[in-house]
Design a binder for this molecule. Sequence first.
Ligand SMILES: [Fe+2]
Ligand SMILES: [Fe+2]
Length: 172
Amino acid sequence: MKSTRRPISRQVTATQLIERHCADILSSPGMDVERRCIQHGTTSIFAHSWAVTIRAIEFAQDHQIPVNERSLVRGTLLHDYFLYDWHVPDPSHRLHGYRHPGFACKNAVRDFGISPLEQSMVRHHMWPLTPTPPTCREGWILCLADKQVATRETAAGFARKLRLRQEDRANA
Ligand SMILES: [Fe+2]
Ligand SMILES: [Fe+2]
């Protein structure tokens, strides 16, 4: 896969890069859907995708990895662009873990015309749950950042549940 790759400047913040490369995505109706749907714990899909993108950019900056900056940012922000609440029981949400990268990719091509590199990132971000590992460095960075952030969010949700249960018992 050919693309222009260079290390991301440390002079620019991750938030500035998201705003620079993703103005169209941030103002889209699809992002409003992401803001309304929960991903892990009490975290919305939008907040999750934002956190993963910040983490991916900072990882690339910290290690000065040559990347396609625009694709890293756009592909990561859109990695969970499946546009439904997977906690709602519905036959179309079955096997969500396996199938959502394909849904997200298809939606992102339709709404934003994402590049082949970005499509590859989105399609393989759930490895090793899905069989094919990432095929580009941007995809590997997304895959690692997603797991790190998802683990943090899930653990925070679990801790919150335990705390509430404890408070309920104390007040009973
Ligand atoms: Fe995902
Ligand atoms: Fe994710």
